[in-house]
Design a protein around this ligand. Structure first.
Ligand SMILES: [Zn+2]
Length: 259
């Protein structure tokens, strides 16, 4: 079921309550309370769809359940030169494995970067083919976005990705059903430094280092989809500092399949 239909149903019910009160079919106080509860319920369903850290709509991994000091760095929206190369160079130098959620059309444009990501021992997942908001698509269109995203990574690497990050982390019952039909594991995050807003290297570092707990999944961006215009240099510069500071705190880095 689509979250948009759930919200529409609660909106209709809200209007029914208000109309009932207006035409004196029910008590005004009941009409107002009913309308307010409908608005609240619709808002909760919508928030659960757009907020990353919940499993209300299905099995979505947004953090590992562990006491061990492990953390997964994830990079979305690439590959995107020259930032993906710079991030790969840092990960290689620091011997840190990461998880990349690739946009299919970017992978098609830069297959050499996809192969390099894999050769370095990183985990590759799909971030759909062209980064559409899945909540706005029909069930078959969602399936097409996901399967095209999976296929392009498989064509380039010879290995089928089994992890998916829905664009913006948005999901509902219908999106999760399509993800499960394709035998994919959905992955969101628990630490959001908002690096795409380019708040400054120090701010990105601070948000990650202060936010990480055992089993955290950190969302960073090597790419900028679908626009492909913004710089990711702040993320590049923050990365080695983040790695060093988390290591000082006793953390080791894993890919999301190891959480
Ligand atoms: Zn994205």
């Amino acid at each position: 079921m689509r979250v948009i239909w759930i919200v529409a149903a609660f909106t209709m019910l809200c209007l029914v309550f208000l109309a009932g009160g207006y035409f004196k079919k029910i008590k005004k106080s009941i009409a107002l309370w009913g309308a307010m509860l409908c608005i609240l319920a619709g808002s909760v369903f919508l928030l659960l769809a757009v907020l990353p850290g919940n499993t209300f709509y299905g099995n979505i991994l947004y953090k590992g359940v562990t006491q061990k000091k492990v953390v997964a760095l994830t990079f979305d929206d690439g590959p995107y030169p020259p930032y993906t190369e710079r991030i790969l160079a840092i990960l290689k130098e620091k011997k840190v494995p990461a998880t990349f959620f690739l946009v299919g059309e970017n992978a098609r444009e830069h297959p050499e970067l996809v192969r390099e990501e894999m050769a370095q021992g990183n985990l590759l997942g799909t971030h759909t083919y062209d980064h559409k908001d899945l909540l706005r698509l029909s069930g078959p269109a969602v399936r097409k976005e996901l399967s095209k995203g999976v296929k392009i990574v498989e064509d380039i690497t010879g290995k089928r990705p089994t992890f998916v990050r829905p664009p913006h982390g948005f999901k509902d019952f219908s999106v999760m059903k399509q993800i499960e039909k394709l035998h994919l594991q959905a992955v969101n995050w628990s630490v959001l430094p908002k690096d795409w807003t380019r708040p400054g290297v120090d701010v990105i570092v601070q948000r990650v280092v202060e936010g990480v707990k055992p089993g955290s999944i950190v969302l960073l961006h090597d790419g900028d989809s679908p626009a492909k215009t913004a710089s990711r240099q702040q993320t590049v510069e923050a990365l080695p500092i983040i790695i060093d500071k988390l290591r000082e705190k006793g953390y080791t880095f894993v890919t999301v399949d190891k959480l």
